[in-house]
Structures are given as structure tokens and as C-alpha cells.
Design a protein around this ligand. Structure first.
Ligand code: TRH
Length: 389
């Protein structure tokens, strides 16, 4: 170094951007499941992430060990916290007043308030494309003067996309389903087909069992955590008391971590999934799946199911050998009587595999939700604020 060169100080790495996610558990596991999945991925990208949630109990099985950079904290601990640069309110959960007041204070007198985003529920309905990315200026309340942005996940390039962790599809391809099932004591017997069942209590299990029983090949039913773990074995015993159901076998699984639940979906021939997050994971698994939608009192779920079926069939047209898969989906959701078409679709499930793969490819060609969310935040100009505690 020449004698006159100024002394150099090593460049300090830029502080990791901080993200706060808020989640209220309404019922079931999807609210926490989606929030955790996003939070974990952001932390994996080197961001500093806090997930504030009013019910963290399901974490014990969904995510038994916490990744570096992610803190999952009780909701009320956020009341005294300094807001992060990016704040994600999941599913309109309404942030604590004290926290929003501090967000406002940061924005007062020309300061930089956090980027405040409401992450919405997933739907294929047309309103999603219209509403994605809209600004909602806060005209009253503790956040008066701030902007809140609406971010909608979805199935098209004009939406926020779907959560798809880097390397997910490669991991699914490399997975050895039989070996994985066998290592857990859940291996199918020779010739047995395997399905996973994650369902709400109102699922028409009797009809499902009857339809599976009429098929030539036997089935192993892997029952995920939830109500069907009690109901299905009883129905199966009834069937067997009538001298039927000899080709059906069920096993109750413990609640799995999210990572293992993915592996289960990759391992099965057919996946029955529900709600939001397991529904998306089944699509990434690329195996035939039947979706049980979260039922709403006003019946809005019917339109939501139809919107998805239409989008799905448009992007991945039905295989000629396949049955009427939408008839099965409607029957599984109690939106149509269980019919011979539903039976036939279920019997022809292997033909559905092509459609599932084509759909997965279509989805994989789009940007994933986390990439899009980060680009959205960059566009809105969140800069790290040094010195946050
Ligand atoms: O539990 P859900 O029915 O959640 C629902 C939906 O999100 C719905 O849209 C929402 O309105 C309602 O909650 C309040 O289904 P979902 O969305 O599939 O969430 C289940 C989560 O649990 C998902 O992240 C996968 C995870 N899971 C495991 O980690 N291990 C398991 O063994 C199983 C069965 C699930």
C-alpha cells in the first residue's frame, strides 16, 4: 500500500432487513401454517424475522426446531416491540394498536414508516387479480396517514403467486416415497395403493370408502391428524362387518412436521387435502389430489371451488382416459351428491397424474410468492433502519 493511502476500514455488512409477521389462529392450522412457511423462508434468505402469533401450540409439531434468523413469539410480546422495516399482517388479523401507533410515529416528521402489507387468503376468483397490490390509505385509527398494501396469493402471473421454497421441486423429484414410508412403518403391502387423508369432519368418508372398496386394487389409507382418525376406522369396521372393505386398510399418523408432511404428500399415489396450505403443497407434490375447501357459512366456498377447478382445467386440460375429476371434487365438498361420475374419477386416478404434473409445471413457470413479496417491498422502498432493538 503506498505510504499516502488513507487507512481502510473493513466494509461493514449491511444489517439484515427486519420483517415482522403477525398471525391470529382463527381455527385449524392454516393461518399459522402459511405464516410459518413464509417466515421460515424469509429467515432462510438471511432476513431477520419475527413471527408474532396468538397461539403457537401447533409449532411443537409443525416446526420442532427453529431455524436461524426466525423467532416465533407470543402475540402480546409485540405490544412493546419496535416495528420492523416490513410488517406483514396475515389474513387481515389486525395488528395490535400499540404497535401500529409506533409504526405511525416512525412515519411522522418525514421519517420512514414500515412497509405494511396485508397477506390475503388464496383464491382463484377474479377479484384476486383486481385487488392484488392495491394501496389502502389509512384515514383514521392508530395507523392514520400510513398506507397498507394488499398482497394476494394466486395461481396466475397477475397475482402474488404461491409459496414455493427454493429447491422444493428438486427435493420432491429426488424423494424415494416407498423407502420413506417403510422407514416410518407405513409401507404399503405389495400391490397396495396409498392415499393420504387430511380432511374436515364433514367429509363424506362413507362414500369414499365404498368407492375405494369397489376398485380392483387394495388401498392403504394414511390418516393425518384430525377428526377422520376416529371416524374412518369405525366406518371401515362397519363395512367389514358387512363382509366388504377387505381391500382397505387404514393407519393413523401422528401430527408431522411441515417438512415431513410434504414428504408424505410426495410418497402417496393420491392426496386428499384441505384448507389452504396443504392444498398448495399437494399441487407441488404433483400427484393427483382432491381438495376439501374450508366451508363458509354464506356458501362462498362453492364459488371458490369452481373458480379453482376452472383455472386448473384451463391450464391443465383433462386426460382423455380420466374421469370427471370436478364431479369428485364437488361430491367430496358436499356441493353435489356423490355420483357414479365421482366413483369413476376416483377409479381412474392414475390418469389424473398427467394433469397434476402439467398443472405443477404451469405453476412452476411463475414467480413464487416470496420472490414477488420481496420485489414488492423493494419497489415500495423499505430500507434497513439501523439500531433497532
Ligand atoms: O388446518 P387447515 O384446515 O387450515 C385452514 C385453512 O387455512 C383455511 O383457509 C383457513 O381459513 C382456516 O384454516 C382458518 O388446513 P391447511 O391450510 O392445509 O393447514 C394445515 C397446516 O398443517 C399446513 O401448514 C400443513 C400442516 N400440517 C403439518 O405440518 N403436519 C401434519 O401432519 C398435517 C396433517 C398438516
Amino acid at each position: 500500500m503506498p505510504a499516502h493511502a488513507p487507512p481502510t476500514t473493513p466494509a461493514m455488512p449491511a444489517p439484515a432487513q427486519r420483517w415482522d409477521l403477525f398471525c391470529r389462529v382463527i381455527d385449524n392450522y392454516g393461518d399459522l401454517g402459511v405464516s410459518l412457511r413464509l417466515a421460515r423462508e424469509l429467515a432462510g434468505l438471511g432476513l431477520q424475522v419475527r413471527l408474532w402469533c396468538d397461539d403457537l401450540r401447533a409449532l411443537a409439531w409443525m416446526q420442532p426446531t427453529m431455524p436461524v434468523g426466525l423467532a416465533c413469539l407470543p402475540w402480546n410480546d409485540s405490544l412493546g416491540a419496535e416495528p420492523a422495516e416490513v410488517v406483514i399482517e396475515t389474513f387481515g388479523c389486525e395488528l395490535p394498536t400499540a404497535y401500529v401507533e409506533r409504526m405511525s410515529t416512525l412515519g411522522a416528521h418525514g421519517g420512514t414508516p414500515p412497509i405494511w402489507i396485508n397477506l390475503e387468503y388464496l383464491s382463484a376468483e377474479p377479484y384476486v387479480e383486481r385487488s392484488h397490490g392495491l394501496r389502502s390509505p389509512q384515514l383514521s385509527g392508530p395507523g392514520r396517514g400510513l398506507d397498507k398494501w394488499f398482497f394476494y396469493p394466486g395461481f396466475t402471473s397477475r397475482t402474488g403467486g404461491l409459496l414455493r421454497e427454493a429447491g422444493l421441486l428438486q427435493a420432491a423429484h429426488a424423494h424415494d416415497g416407498l423407502a420413506w414410508l417403510a422407514a416410518r412403518g407405513w409401507a404399503p403391502a405389495p400391490g397396495e395403493q396409498v392415499l393420504s387423508l387430511f380432511a374436515y369432519p364433514q367429509a363424506p368418508l362413507r362414500e369414499l370408502l365404498r368407492a375405494l372398496d369397489e376398485q380392483a386394487r387394495p388401498w392403504l389409507l394414511l390418516l393425518c391428524h384430525g377428526a377422520p382418525q376416529q371416524a374412518l376406522p369405525e366406518l371401515l369396521a362397519e363395512l367389514q362387518a358387512e363382509g366388504r372393505g377387505q381391500h382397505l386398510r387404514s393407519l393413523a399418523l401422528p401430527p408431522l412436521s411441515q417438512a415431513d408432511y410434504d414428504r408424505l404428500l410426495w410418497s402417496c399415489d393420491l392426496n386428499l387435502v384441505r384448507g389452504e396450505d396443504s392444498f398448495v403443497r399437494a399441487q407441488w407434490a404433483g400427484q393427483p389430489f382432491v381438495w376439501q375447501i374450508y366451508a363458509q357459512d354464506d356458501g362462498a366456498h362453492g364459488a371458490k371451488l369452481e373458480a379453482f377447478l376452472a383455472t386448473f382445467e384451463h391450464a391443465a386440460p383433462r386426460h382423455a382416459a380420466g374421469g370427471d375429476w370436478p364431479a369428485l371434487a364437488r361430491a367430496w365438498n358436499g356441493l353435489q351428491a356423490w355420483s357414479p361420475q365421482a366413483d369413476l374419477a376416483l377409479a381412474r386416478w392414475p390418469a389424473q397424474r398427467d394433469q397434476a404434473r402439467q398443472w405443477r409445471e404451469h405453476l412452476a413457470s411463475q414467480l413464487d410468492l416470496t420472490q414477488q413479496l420481496r420485489a414488492f417491498v423493494a419497489d415500495k422502498g423499505a430500507a434497513p433502519r439501523p439500531g433497532l432493538g
